[in-house]
Design a binder for this molecule. Structure first.
Ligand SMILES: C[S@@+](CC[C@H](N)C(=O)[O-])C[C@H]1O[C@@H](n2cnc3c(N)ncnc32)[C@H](O)[C@@H]1O
Length: 251
């Protein structure tokens, strides 16, 4: 029951209010000619989350947000989209952190889906430099601690999740090509990684599948990469209103 209440709160209360707050802050930055570090002006066309899913309500597990997690509204949208995924397909997340989103992907997706989540171990040498401000999300005691928390008590959900390790710019994604109904990109926010992770996601996504990016309009590297990709290719990337999510469906 409380998971449903968190879903209603995330999508129907938190989302419109936080969306309005971001809109106002962008507006005031614009008229003052100021660009703040973690809030850029955005240019991709916007759509409502309602256009991305047939669901109106969702359940949200592990609602409490740690520094490094996505917002509860964004988690609600991801859960809604995950629940629409085709059964027996793969979901792929780049950037596990504590596993809050991986857990929710497994919880919301149809029974026979598998969730793969890739994370960087602190000691792994990266192909590109990470940016200042994201090292703390890499340098954690363990990856996927929230998945571990439910290993025994909720094994039906946690058994759907497979944790993978490596640098996303060097990782061999080929076993998962053309098999994923949902890809969530939330690894490094450096420009080079946003480009490289996006290229990989386009290979992972199956027909009818969806790619979601996090932190558009928040981390400069992600914003710049997605706008350049769209300008060059006209794929039809859309920013989901009130969030930092970008949406694309492989129609
Ligand atoms: C913002 S956190 C992810 C949050 C998580 N998706 C959630 O919803 O709670 C970023 C994660 O990306 C991982 N990461 C950073 N650079 C990476 C890379 N090059 N390859 C794979 N994972 C990376 C970090 O270790 C961290 O766990």
């Amino acid at each position: 029951m409380k998971e449903l209440l968190h879903g209603i709160y995330g999508l129907w209360l938190y989302l419109p209010l936080s969306g309005l707050s971001r809109k106002w802050r962008r507006f005031f930055n614009k008229i003052r000619g100021k660009e703040s570090d973690l809030l850029q002006q955005i240019r991709l066309p916007a759509i409502s989350w309602r256009e991305c899913t047939s669901r109106n309500t969702v359940k949200i597990w592990e609602h409490n947000k740690a520094n490094g997690n996505i917002r509860i509204s964004e988690l609600g949208i991801i859960n809604a989209i995950a629940s629409n995924c085709e059964d027996d397909t793969n979901l792929f997340e780049i950037g596990t952190f504590d596993g809050r989103t991986s857990l929710n992907l497994a919880y919301s997706s149809p029974t026979h889906c598998k969730v793969f989540t890739l994370d960087l171990k602190p000691e792994t040498e990266t192909a590109y430099p990470l940016i200042r401000g994201e090292r703390h999300m890499v340098d954690k005691e363990s990856s996927g601690s929230r998945i571990e928390k439910y290993r025994e008590s909720n094994s039906l959900v946690t058994n759907k999740i497979e944790q993978l390790f490596g640098d996303s710019a060097k990782f061999d994604f080929s076993p998962y090509h053309d098999s994923c109904s949902l890809i969530f990109i939330d690894g490094s926010h450096a420009y080079d990684y946003a480009i490289s992770d996006t290229n990989q996601a386009f290979k992972l996504v199956k027909k009818g599948g969806i790619i979601l990016w996090h932190d558009y309009g928040v981390w400069e590297g992600v914003t710049k990469a997605l706008e350049e990709i769209e300008q060059t290719n006209q794929f039809g990337l859309k920013s989901i209103k009130g969030t930092s999510l970008v949406y694309w469906k492989n129609e």
